[in-house]
Design a protein around this ligand. Structure first.
Ligand SMILES: Cc1ncc(COP(=O)(O)O)c(C=O)c1O
Length: 375
């Protein structure tokens, strides 16, 4: 493995120091939660801090399996986060020289871990002009007879695009036809503004679904995620990888995760309602911008607008002013291997007033860097 730190992690707000950022529009999750906010009363002193079932707490796996038609607890492996799940899948399935097709832009790890392994990585570049949608014709061209894995993220990070059921089913059919695996990173699946996207692992044993509690529930500090696949032999391989890295999960994290999912019907709706409010703030602001353009998101709590090429904005000056003069941070395009005029705005994490002011600061910095500025 050839490890290298990724810009998105080096420049992340927790690494810069939350105290140094006044308007934080970099986050990709809802606001971080406390157990008391979630109405969960848990006395950790009573938990026996033993090793646990290597596959994961059965009651928790049952809750996770219930989300997909025809899934059972045998299909679910609980992992310490989606990041760990992605690492397990990549290192279990791929070796140096293997060919895979990975959507780009993407959550950086989805590209970086296969690179660290030394894989032949073929990016599937999503385009602003195509609404950040999955292009089936291009995907078909890129998949080779020797392709081992197709890797998608739905809902998409950084754009918030949600792929149609038909496109996802076509990708599944392609993986089946070509005999490769289809990984779908579904970390944002529960946050969407239309209908719930299908859980890919329920569609075919060729599919591997990854998710976690970090983004939709605001719980990145308990590292709880999972891998779902109906391919039992593959799940055993993932278990072998998990055992070598972690043996089992944290008892405390699993207990919290179980309590949260038991109360999902109570916990999730207010979070989703709050996301809609934040999206309205975002939409109202975008409608007033002359220097920026976007594709409105269909899910998640991020979007990926760009500074118009003809705006006259000096992009480097814009970021400098935004960070240094306005104390405002967004996720610049280079975090996602894109031009820096693209930026990820996380609208679901900050309080609404912080979001609104952060957006106004973007308008002001655009104007000061040579643009027209928003109204
Ligand atoms: C698409 C995607 N997958 C996985 C992760 C990792 O999430 P976790 O906190 O569960 O490791 C992230 C975090 O940003 C993400 O955006």
């Amino acid at each position: 493995m050839q490890y290298r730190r990724m810009p998105i992690e080096i420049e992340s707000p927790e690494q810069l120091g939350y105290g140094n950022i006044r308007y934080n529009l970099t986050e990709s999750s809802v606001a971080d939660m406390r157990l008391e906010q979630l109405g969960i009363d848990l006395d950790v002193r009573r938990l026996l801090l033993s090793y646990t079932d290597h596959v994961g707490n059965p009651a928790l796996r049952e809750r996770i399996a219930a989300e997909g038609d025809g899934l059972t607890i045998a299909d679910v492996l609980v992992t310490p986060s989606a990041a760990a799940a992605l690492f397990i899948v990549a290192t279990a399935l791929l070796k140096e020289g293997d060919h895979l097709v990975v959507m780009r832009p993407n959550y950086a790890t989805n590209l970086e871990t296969p690179r660290a392994i030394g894989c032949q990585l073929q990016p599937l570049d999503l385009r602003f002009e195509e609404g950040w949608q999955l292009s089936l014709p291009r995907l078909r061209e890129l998949v080779q007879p020797q392709t081992r894995l197709i890797s998608l993220t739905n809902p998409h990070n950084p754009s918030g695009a949600v792929f149609s059921q038909a496109d996802l089913e076509a990708a599944v059919a392609l993986a089946e036809e070509r005999g490769c695996y289809l990984l779908v990173d579904e970390t944002y699946r529960e946050m969407n503004y239309g209908s719930l996207p299908p859980l890919a692992a329920a569609l075919s044993p060729r599919c591997i679904s990854i998710s976690s509690l970090s983004k939709s529930y605001g719980l990145p500090g308990i590292r709880m995620g999972w891998i779902i696949t109906r391919d039992a032999a593959l799940q055993q391989l993932f278990l072998a990888a998990k055992e070598q890295i972690f043996i089992c999960n944290s008892v405390v994290d699993e207990e919290i995760a179980l309590r949260v999912l038991e109360s999902k019907a109570r916990i999730l709706p207010p979070i989703l309602a709050r996301n809609r409010q934040a999206l309205e703030v975002m939409q109202a602001w975008m409608a007033r911008q002359t220097d920026m353009e976007w594709v409105p998101p269909g899910g998640g709590v991020v979007c990926f607008p760009r500074i118009k090429a003809e705006s006259g904005v000096d992009v480097e000056r814009f970021y400098r002013l935004l960070n240094e003069e306005y104390g405002t941070y967004v996720g610049p395009g280079h975090w996602f291997e894109m031009e820096r005029r693209y930026m990820r705005i996380g609208y679901g994490w900050p309080p609404l007033e912080e979001l609104a002011q952060g957006l106004e600061n973007i308008s002001a910095a655009l104007k000061a860097a040579g643009g027209q500025g928003g109204g």
